[in-house]
Design a protein around this ligand. Structure first.
Ligand code: HEM
Length: 332
């Protein structure tokens, strides 16, 4: 079995390596600028990589990976944009780090690198900083001009959902059940507010805590997440005792019923996914290789092209457009 796994790992690495030659940002210094920006921000705030990894996920799930999550307003949506959707408002973060990288890149290569590509590369660098595997990010995305709050509410996964609902949301963007399990492994880093899981601690069934949650862990979580709640909501690590290490501890925690969110726990509960969870819990290297592959899959979601997108000058706003005399639209 071990030999088979290393063969799979080796072939996947080959696949990832094979894509290296085909890609690269349209501005050679850009990748280094992104890497440095992510690193400098990590030194100031070691939780920032987690925010950037999640930003890419939330970007790709609505309108594809097109930086629609960063827009503050658009001509068609007004201020009813994705960043104010339930799953994003006061939750998704890292905008200012992407803005910082964008400013650095625009200074050397104006109009060459989309915000969507910067988010994708920054997400990769964020996992690498904490111990994830380096993989080459396919690039060439254009930024979208649409950002819709209602659509984001429909498309983003909720921590209260069951396995079928989660599978459907991943399938919506062309991702498989295996991708769902692997990408949920992003919860090997970062934190969650109590409000996203406290229903499991107090009044889950008949006034009792969720019996599927390790009782000793539930007691520890109740000490942090008090029944009366608090504003701002306290936070706990998504990966018990391992929040700054990009490793397979998340899967080991799932197997021990230490998954915090309901959407984490269902992965070990469902007969369709529990085999893979247990496999990943045993093999840290396999998790890293397969996670990289699933990140590439996620990053492929519905790219915009020159025809329906643009390279934004500023990530928070679409470019202003003028109709020229010959009837073409020109960005100004
Ligand atoms: C399977 C469906 C998923 C659900 C329901 C879900 C839900 C959540 C929730 C509720 C939080 C806490 C947010 C907060 O407290 O403000 C969170 C955090 C996080 N999620 Fe997920 N998530 C899912 C999948 C993913 C994926 C695919 C990734 C990346 C590949 C990811 C990466 C993260 C990270 C890194 C954090 C920590 C963010 C931070 O510390 O700012 N999640 N997720």
């Amino acid at each position: 079995m071990a030999a088979r796994l290393s063969l799979v790992a080796c072939c996947l690495l080959g696949l990832i390596a094979a894509t290296i030659a085909q890609i690269g940002l349209q501005c050679p210094p850009a990748e280094a600028s992104i890497r440095d920006t992510v690193f400098q921000n990590f030194l100031k705030d070691p939780t920032s990589p987690a925010g950037l990894l999640r930003l890419h996920f939330h970007d790709c799930f609505v309108e594809g990976c097109d930086a629609s999550v960063m827009l503050e307003s658009t001509p068609t949506d007004g201020t009813d944009v994705e960043r104010f959707a339930d799953g994003n408002d006061n939750s998704v973060r890292g905008f200012e780090i992407i803005d910082e990288a964008k400013t650095r890149i625009e200074a050397v290569c104006p109009g060459a690198v989309s915000c969507a590509d910067i988010i994708a590369v920054a997400a990769r660098d964020s996992s690498v900083i904490l111990g994830g595997l380096f993989y080459q990010v396919p690039t060439g995305r254009y930024d979208g001009r649409v950002s819709n709050r209602t659509l984001a509410n429909e498309r983003l996964a909720s921590p209260f959902e069951n396995i079928d609902q989660l599978k459907r949301k991943f399938a919506n963007v062309g991702l498989s059940t295996q991708d769902l399990v692997l990408l949920s492994g992003g919860h090997t880093i970062g934190r969650t507010k109590c409000r996203f899981f406290e229903n499991r601690l107090y009044n889950f069934t008949g006034g009792l805590p969720d019996p599927r949650l390790n009782a000793e862990y539930a007691a520890a979580l109740r000490r942090i997440c008090t029944p009366q709640g608090a504003d701002p909501s306290p936070t706990v690590a998504l990966d018990r005792n391992s929040e700054f290490s990009f490793d397979n501890a998340y899967f080991r925690n799932l197997v021990a019923n230490n998954g915090v969110l309901n959407s984490d726990h269902v992965l070990v509960e469902s007969s369709e996914t529990s085999g893979l969870v247990r496999f990943l819990a045993q093999d840290p290297n396999l998790f890293k290789v397969l996670f990289a592959e699933s990140m590439i899959n996620m990053g492929n979601a519905a790219w915009k092209t020159r025809a329906n997108g643009e390279i934004r000058r500023k990530c928070s706003a679409v470019n202003t457009r003028l109709t020229t005399e010959v009837g073409h639209i020109a960005a100004v």
